[in-house]
Design a protein around this ligand. Sequence first.
Ligand code: DGT
Ligand code: CA
Ligand code: CA
Ligand code: ZN
Length: 580
Amino acid sequence: MARSNDEVAALLQEYADLISITGGDAFRARVYEKAARAVGGHHADVSTLDLKGLQEIPNVGKSIAQKVREYVDSGSVSAVEELRARIPAGVRRLTAIPTLGPKKAMAVYEELGISSVDELADAIHEERLRDLKGFGPKTEENILHGIELLRSSGGRVRLDVATGLAEDIVAALSAVPGCERCTYAGSLRRGRETIGDIDILVASRKPAPIMRAFTELPYVTEVIGTGDKKTSVRTGKGLNVDLRVVPTDSWGAALQYFTGSKVHNIRTRERAVHQKLKLSEYGLFDVESGDKIVSETEEEVYERLGLPWIPPALREDRGEIEAGLRGALPDLVTEADLRGDLHTHTDLTDGLAPLEEMAEAAAARGYAYYAITDHAPDLAMQRMTDERMLAQRARVRELDGTYPTRGRRGGLRLLHGTELNIGPDGRVDWPDEFLAGFDLCVASVHSHFNQGREALTRRLVRACENPYVNIIGHPTTRLIGRRPGIDADLDAVFAACARTGTALEVNAHPDRLDLRDEDILRARRHGVRFAVNSDAHAVPHLANMRYGIATARRGWLTAEDVINTWPERRLRAFLRKTKP
Ligand code: DGT
Ligand code: CA
Ligand code: CA
Ligand code: ZN
């Protein structure tokens, strides 16, 4: 379900942007930005809170609380609408460029009349931006880079945004009389990191009421086409949705067909042809007689092709057909296999919730163990000191085992860790004596992303060789659609991880999903272990694990490959590495 907290957070963030664009008070814009973050990370659903409850959220004062209520009650906020109306649509299109701030967007619009991304790219190439105040060659380069990122994202959206919307749609359509089955297919069912469009499949004998209910959903902004087999719509979230309604007896064939991927389907169709069969979205048919052989379930379709059922995460023609034929498909890791989370933050650094709330929420997820890994001092803005870290450790020890959890009879085990910064030379924040006091250390690159390939590789390898570094956090540091990963020799890094007993993180934040699926597949061949972590900065982020698990599955990982599915004792042995 899309959470109302996320919607409200997005609205407050937009309001902050609108204030900046219209030349409003920078302080005021920051107030809304902070409120947006706090609302997004708040544990309780804001649509259930009254004014008083809302004002208990940090950074939410009376006027913001009123706007939230207004949004919950009416679906819009007049102050936001007013500012929206003052901003030309062209400027809003420009602010989609990740490296172009709202002020600069307004400037190029007002001074040069530029109102689209293409016009802006042309203007830069014609050097027309140079004369504007505050624009130089460096700015131009940044903007061009941002345009490239925007174009390479190809209008695809984040996995969590698509998942929230798809689950809403499936719930709504499942409630329509005559809907016998409903699910999402396509890249979303395969768990890809970004989604081009959502594909929904319904089994029903009466398509008309389903199609009507679909086009009347509140977030549909335009009906692109509608018929009794297929309807396509645009939504306000910038995402198109295709709905297909099929007869119940072709459900399996249709689900297999529309789950894809296209390259996987080419392989399954080839296998059909070799057996004088024809595979389509309606079923598997005998070519000569035209008789339908199977189509009710995916399992039947695969079985008739001589294959076991193949999990959607693997359907990318990356060897799954061959593995299926050999009976060697991996037993993929699931969210239920997880026994803990090994990379999380609290409000001691840039998290939003105190340690106690995070631990309680972790216990509610049924974990057996949970690591707190706040930022280390070299990330200067976090103002970490030895004293603060040690005080947190004392508190962690006090709370250890005090939260009842499904996952462990003696209560949730709390591990005290930290997220170290891998410096430009591969060194980390603290000397060995201090590091020795932690139960585990995550180490991540947070700066100097543009060092050369050799320097970056050496840096990461050196971090692996540190006997106290257990997990390399978000190893490539990419941000989906915003920042490419660092240019390191990943095979050298993976080999170092395998050699030193350092795990690679699969960071579950839907902005990151780092390592990505293809890199996981490569790392796995080196014999590396992995940790699927939420990197939660607030309670709701703990639930991002599902996206990390989806990515791990696309990388063919089993529970055996993932250290935070292991029993605590085995995990602790792994964390000891080989200390001098
Ligand atoms: P996306 O939407 O770009 O994230 O990726 P998909 O995989 O969801 O692709 P989409 O929406 O174009 O089509 C959904 C599935 O339908 C696709 O994975 C396989 C199937 N499909 C669509 N068009 C074709 C086609 O021309 N040939 C075959 N074999 N399958 C197709
Ligand atoms: Ca799709
Ligand atoms: Ca589609
Ligand atoms: Zn972190």
